[in-house]
Design a protein around this ligand. Sequence first.
Ligand code: SAH
Length: 235
Amino acid sequence: MAWRSSGRTNAELISNLYKSQLITSDRVRASMSSVDRAHYAPAAPYEDSPQSIGFSATISAPHMHASAAESLLPFMPENKGAKVLDVGSGSGYLTHVLANLVCGADGKGDGKVVGIDHISGLTEMATRNMKKSEEGRRLLDSGKVEFVTGDGRKGYVEGGPYDAIHVGAAASELHPVLIDQLRSPGRMFIPVEDEEDRGMFGAQYIWVVDKDEKGEVKRRRDMGVRYVMLKDAPK
Ligand code: SAH
């Protein structure tokens, strides 16, 4: 499925993801169309595959970015002041896409996205990547996008509570601290290593964690995935 969605241009990649129904909403389509992946994954920007970005990190495949954005979409209305946390922001690509969703493609709407990564070389790279476009510079200059260096397993309480939390690396558990930082209502999209398979084949699944208006939390196991692990920062 994945490789069939690759394109020669950004527009072709997004159009193929849409045709394969990996993108289903017009908002996600518009948001991904307005971020050029070449600014974030220069080696093979329009291929639907994960790629190395240095620091032992990878930019996820476009179809994974699409499904994360689709899943969190109901909690990310445009220009309504929604707050989003992107844990393991890596290249900064998804952080930019999420910012487009809450602030609009021109970055002028009310919303805020925090990208957190534990490697300062990556938060610096994400900032450089985002500065390659005028819209990206506007999001950074206005403070609507902020990259911080820190352990994303602890979230970033200063910026919360969050309407939506995306986790871009596999967790060993559904970190309760992250659930605490969700707004009521709010949603978290998080890959988690399966307890029963741990140490064997390392099976991972996306978990969608919803907190309702009353603060009640429901968890749902979704598709099987393969992400790098959330880990301790290198010394
Ligand atoms: N969403 C990113 C994914 C990058 S790969 C992208 O598509 O570009 C996963 C990222 O998680 C890496 O950048 C890695 O540095 C980061 N990471 C791993 N453990 C972490 C931790 N404990 N806290 C914050 N970030 C972490």
